[in-house]
Design a protein around this ligand. Structure first.
Ligand SMILES: NCc1[nH]cc(CCC(=O)O)c1CC(=O)O
Length: 335
C-alpha cells in the first residue's frame, strides 16, 4: 500500500502498526481513539504515541501564548522528526497556513459544529439573570455573547472541557460556552443546557471537524488515510470556512466565526450548472470596523473562492445596516 520509492523519512510500512501521535487530554485521546478505531476496522494496525504540547501544560491564556497552533506544533514536530506517522488535530485549532512537509490527508465527517451553553440550574442564555458570569477563553464567543446579552459579565477562563464544566458545578461561574462536538466526544452531551444556533453564535471555522495529518512524502499513507477517513462534503465546508479565516488573516483566537452548510436546491447560484450543489457560508467578525454577520453562498466545488468572497464582504463593505446584532441589542462600539 505504501509507495516504496518515496521520501527520505521512511514511509509507513503496511506490515507494522501506524504510530498515531496524540496529546494527553481527554478530548485529544477520545478523537485519536476514534480515528484509530476506524483505521483498525479497515484492517490497519495502529498504536497511540503520547506527545506533550505547550497548549496542554500552560496556565497562561490562549491569546497570551500566541494562540494559533500551540496545540498543533508539538504533534507536527513529532511528524517531521519521524517519531509518529500520523496526527489527529481539532481542525479549528490548526493554523490555516499549510505546514511545510505535511499534508492534511483526511477530514472525517464532522460532528454538529455548534456551540452550547452549560449553565447552572439547566438555564438557557436568555434565562440568565443580569450580571450573571459566563466563562469563555474565546474572543469569538465573548464578542457574540456581548451582542446577545450585553448585561452579562464575560470572564476569560482556561482549562480543559472538564475543568470548565466544573467551574459551573462549583458555582464559580453561572455558565460556560463550549463546542457541542467536544461534549459529544467526551460522551457528556447531557451537560449542555442549550444549543446555540447559528443565528446566535457562529461557530469557529472548522469547529466539530478533525484533520488527519501525515508527512507529504508519505504518499502511500496519505492515499490510504484519504480512502478510509476522508468525507468530501465536510472537507468542502471547512475549506470555505478556513479560506475566509485565512483571507481575514485571522487565527483561531480571532473574534471570527464561519460556518458552511449544504445549500438547499432553491439557493442554487443562478450562474451554476443546475446539477451543482451549493454551500451557504455564515460568518461573524468583530474587526476594527465593528461587528458584522454575513451570509453568502457559492458552488460546493469552489469552496475557497466562497471563503475569499466572504472575507471581501467582511473587509470591504462594512455596511452598518448589515450589522445584525444577533438578538439585536448592542451597538458595535460596545464590543
Ligand atoms: N479550543 C479548544 C477546543 N478545540 C477543539 C474543541 C472541541 C470541539 C471541536 O473539535 O471543534 C475544543 C473545546 C471547545 O472549544 O469547547
Amino acid at each position: 500500500m505504501t509507495d516504496p520509492g518515496t521520501g527520505t523519512t521512511a514511509p509507513a510500512d503496511a506490515t507494522r502498526p501506524l504510530r498515531l501521535g496524540t496529546r494527553r487530554s481527554a478530548l485529544a485521546t477520545s478523537q485519536s481513539g476514534w480515528v484509530a478505531d476506524r483505521l483498525r476496522a479497515a484492517g490497519r494496525g495502529v498504536e497511540l504515541v503520547l506527545v506533550t504540547t505547550e497548549g496542554d501544560t500552560s496556565r497562561r491564556s490562549l491569546t497570551e501564548i500566541g494562540g494559533t497552533g500551540v496545540f498543533a506544533s508539538a504533534l507536527r514536530g513529532a511528524l517531521l522528526d519521524g517519531r509518529i506517522d500520523l496526527a489527529v488535530h481539532s481542525l479549528k485549532d490548526l493554523p490555516t497556513a499549510p505546514a511545510d512537509g505535511l499534508v492534511v490527508a483526511a477530514v472525517p465527517e464532522r460532528e454538529d459544529p455548534h456551540d452550547v451553553l452549560v449553565a447552572r440550574d439547566g438555564l438557557a442564555l436568555r434565562d440568565l439573570p443580569p450580571g450573571a458570569v459566563v466563562g469563555t477563553g474565546s474572543p469569538r464567543r465573548a464578542a457574540q455573547l456581548g451582542l446577545l446579552r450585553p448585561d452579562l459579565e464575560v470572564r476569560d477562563i482556561r482549562g480543559n472541557v472538564d475543568s470548565r464544566i466544573r467551574m459551573v458545578r462549583d458555582q464559580v461561574l453561572d455558565a460556560v460556552v463550549l463546542a457541542r462536538a467536544g461534549l459529544a466526544r467526551l460522551d457528556r452531551l447531557d451537560e449542555a443546557t442549550e444549543v446555540l444556533g447559528t443565528d446566535d453564535m457562529v461557530p469557529a471555522a472548522g469547529q466539530g471537524a478533525l484533520a488527519v495529518e501525515c508527512r507529504a512524502d508519505d504518499t502511500g499513507l496519505a492515499a490510504e488515510l484519504a480512502e478510509i477517513l476522508d468525507h468530501p462534503a465536510t472537507r468542502a465546508q471547512v475549506s470555505a470556512e478556513r479560506a475566509a479565516l485565512a483571507a481575514l488573516e485571522a487565527g483561531c483566537t480571532a473574534p471570527v466565526g464561519a460556518l458552511a452548510e449544504p445549500g438547499s436546491s432553491d439557493e442554487r447560484h443562478p450562474a451554476d450548472d443546475p446539477s451543482s450543489a451549493t454551500l451557504v457560508l455564515h460568518a461573524f467578525a468583530a474587526l476594527d470596523t465593528g461587528a458584522q454577520r454575513r451570509v453568502t453562498s457559492g458552488a460546493v466545488d469552489a469552496p475557497e473562492e466562497l471563503g475569499r468572497a466572504m472575507a471581501a464582504l467582511l473587509l470591504n463593505r462594512p455596511d452598518p445596516t448589515g450589522l445584525v446584532a444577533a438578538g439585536s441589542h448592542t451597538p458595535e462600539s460596545d464590543l
